[in-house]
Write a protein that binds this ligand. Structure first.
Ligand code: PLP
Length: 342
């Protein structure tokens, strides 16, 4: 296909008239301030960057009350999960993950020769820290915690996680994936990385700032941890485009957009949970931009209704596939969704 034959980017990326309630994306698009900065920086697309990644790390460090040596940026946090997996698997070993969760790195760890323990959630759909602790072995290298968890939206408190970290040998890397932390009132655990050398926290611009397509994520770790992770990269930061970095710096300052997204997310979430409850559908409280619910009491073919209405919904999980997830769209999209599934 030649570029001129691509009739319409919307058609390719968004698949025309489909409503996407499946990827936990930002239904309000990208921060307008970011878009403006991205447009201004487009003309620099021909040049390698030797400064922007540094400036961005400085900004992110400042935001988190740390030094730029505590920050590692990448084209999306998925690549950081991958990088951390590669780092911990250098001498093989064992890793522990909750289930269900965002374990995108699991096949890589397996391919690199690691074994695993997969720990089901508790009856309240919480990550079972106690069971994770009990499954530690001599060769355990990594414990992954997604907070809030995807797909459940459940949030563990800082206190719960910090006590957990204190009870784990410091030879084990504890990876906290905070892709959705901005949707909560809870502070990131990033400020603890100087206290716990084995803690690494990943964050993303994909959700709150609407950068899922632009791609930007970062890891927060002790300087030693970040130094080691960088050894696995040939040219740290070079996988991120100048355009994305220019946009990210502007996005962080776009308070109007941030408030709009957070306010609307709360409204959509309250509406969604109350509509599920009205229909007798079991949900759990969500601290993110999606809601986890059970199809146990649902009469009818939920997935067929979504398909017929061209709505992309989530996968199924747990209890023989009784549970599923819906990403929160705008209020209009959620009203439409409930009309479709009614
Ligand atoms: N972590 C979690 C928990 C996610 O849900 C996602 C994406 O949905 C990611 C990480 C990856 O995000 P990205 O690579 O866009 O930063």
């Amino acid at each position: 296909i030649l570029a001129k034959e691509i009739p319409n980017y919307k058609e390719i990326i968004q698949n025309a008239d489909v409503i996407r309630l499946c990827f936990n994306e930002n239904p309000f698009g990208t921060s307008p301030k970011a878009l403006e900065a991205m447009q201004k920086s487009l003309g620099f697309s021909s040049m390698y960057d030797f400064r922007f990644a540094d400036i961005l790390c400085e900004k992110l460090a400042e935001k988190n009350g740390l030094k730029k040596e505590n920050i590692l940026v990448s084209a999306g946090s998925s690549f950081l999960l991958e990088l951390i997996t590669k780092y911990v698997s250098l001498d093989k070993g064992h890793f522990i993950i909750p289930n269900p969760s965002f374990t995108i790195f699991e096949p890589i760890a397996g391919f690199l020769g690691m074994s695993k323990s997969v720990i089901p959630l508790t009856g309240q759909k919480k990550i079972d820290l106690e069971a994770m602790r009990k499954s530690i072995r001599k060769d355990t290298k990594l414990i992954y915690i997604c907070n809030p968890n995807n797909p459940t939206g459940d949030l563990l408190s800082r206190q719960e996680i910090e006590s957990f970290i204190q009870s784990i040998p410091d030879s084990i890397t504890i990876l906290i994936d905070e892709a959705y932390i901005e949707f909560t009132n809870q502070k990131s655990l990033g400020d603890l990385v100087n206290q716990y050398n084995n803690l690494v926290v990943t964050r993303t611009f994909s959700k709150l700032y609407g950068f899922a397509g632009a791609r930007l994520g970062y890891a927060i770790g002790h300087t030693k941890m970040i130094e080691n992770l960088k050894k696995l990269q040939s040219w740290s930061g070079a996988e991120i485009s100048v355009v994305t970095m220019a946009g990210a710096i502007a996005a962080m300052e776009d308070e109007i957009f941030i408030s709009k997204v957070l306010d609307n997310n709360e409204k959509s979430k309250d509406f969604t949970i109350s509509e599920f409850r009205k229909r007798g559908i079991k949900t759990i409280p969500s601290s993110a931009n999606f809601v986890y619910f059970s199809l146990d009491n649902y009469k009818g073919d939920y997935f067929k209704k979504l398909k017929d209405a061209k709505i992309l919904g989530g996968k199924t999980y747990e209890e023989k596939g009784k549970w599923t997830r819906i990403s929160l769209g705008t209020m209009e999209e959620m009203r439409n969704y409930f009309e479709v599934i009614s």
